[in-house]
Design a protein. Structure first.
Length: 365
């Protein structure tokens, strides 16, 4: 009887272990039994907007999965909880814990924030990630946001954008004179100095403005988003390259007090989830832009044009003056600019013999 009892005991243990292993493999997530958290994220994009609007959703999903459901983040589109341009203040003041947008929206509050999205003739997406994560850029970004009780992280990138949609051909600098173009930020100042007229419009008003002749040209993002907005129906020419936004980084901002209140493992999860969302967006744009450009040119017969070298060189020369004027009198912006330019000079030298050299080789007949 004693032997039978031992055998039965062994069998029970074996079955229990087998069931536990099966449960673990089926469920794949073993809760640590810690406190659960429910946070809110506000964004500057319409809810579920393709590309830009999905980074927050992806981030929320990654945090949920990596924390085994311990951290839940509800994502709100622009205007659902706060206006698009109210995201920075809402997170800074602790009304919500998280935000997603583009740092150059906040140049009125933090002048140096312009550099952490994109500047004309600046870094590509790959180069931006290098500067931020290994070139001191992220540390400067965090320092710039410190007075606002915010911790910024890279949260997406569109890659090189398009120069925009035009209703007349651009063959020289003379052709830019008098053109009314929707183009924001520093690029707008450059365009104005080049003889054009800058018009500020939110993205959802661009189509109607082109259709009604309020503007003669407009830039938005690239083929993926531009096709969705239907700009090919109201503009004749689609120009490249996107000199004004060569690698636009998006941001995830976290209220610092809220972040510091989390256990160390959840703090780490937030940071690694942001890195995943950052790369995810670039991957998506790389794939979707290809497909959308093919549809625009082959199905909708869009006239694709390259800006003449003369125009690009002139815009680049103007941009150098604009940048010097922009940073004047701002110590933080000057430090960020110097770091950015130093990294750019180095990476150009290397990419000339690596990325560019390879792409040129691939195009050889």
């Amino acid at each position: 009887m004693k032997i039978y009892a031992i055998l039965i005991g062994v069998l029970v243990v074996m079955v229990s272990c087998s069931e536990a292993e099966k449960a673990a493999s089926d469920d794949t997530c073993l809760s640590n039994g810690g406190k659960s958290y429910k946070w809110n994220m506000v964004t500057t994009w319409p809810k579920n907007f393709p590309g830009l609007g999905m980074a927050g959703e992806n981030f929320s999903q990654y945090v949920d999965e990596m924390s085994c459901g311990q951290m839940k983040i509800k994502v709100y589109g622009a205007g659902e909880l706060v206006p698009a341009m109210g995201v920075f203040d809402a997170v800074s003041q602790g009304n919500v814990q998280l935000g997603h947008g583009a740092s150059y929206y906040w140049t009125g509050k933090v002048k140096s924030s312009q550099f952490f999205t994109a500047i004309p003739f600046g870094l590509t997406a790959q180069e931006m990630n290098g500067w931020l994560h290994y070139g001191g850029g992220l540390e400067l970004w965090q320092e710039a946001y410190e007075p606002f009780n915010l911790v910024p992280l890279a949260g997406g990138n569109t890659g090189v954008q398009m120069a925009g949609w035009f209703n007349k051909e651009i063959n020289s600098m003379e052709d830019l004179k008098g053109i009314k173009m929707r183009i924001p930020g520093l690029a707008g100042e450059i365009f104005t100095r080049a003889g054009g007229e800058t018009v500020q419009l939110p993205g959802n008003e661009i189509f109607l403005a082109l259709q009604q002749g309020v503007v003669d040209a407009a830039e938005w993002v690239g083929p993926y988003n531009d096709l969705t907005f239907g700009f090919h129906q109201v503009a004749k020419y689609y120009y490249y390259p996107g000199w004004h936004e060569p690698g636009s980084t998006l941001e995830i901002i976290i209220n610092k007090d809220a972040l510091m209140s989390l256990p160390k493992d959840l703090q780490a999860i937030m940071k690694y989830a942001a890195k995943a969302a950052n790369q995810e967006m670039l991957d998506e744009y790389t794939a979707r832009n290809n497909q959308a450009l093919t549809e625009l040119t082959e199905k909708h017969n869009v006239k694709l044009r390259k800006l003449p070298d003369e125009v690009l060189i002139a815009l680049r020369d103007i941009s150098e003056d604009v940048m010097i004027d922009f940073i004047e009198g701002d110590e933080m912006a000057t430090r960020v600019y110097n770091s950015y330019v130093a990294f750019k000079d180095q990476v150009i030298n290397y990419h000339r013999i690596s990325e560019k050299a390879y792409i040129d080789t691939r195009e050889l007949d």
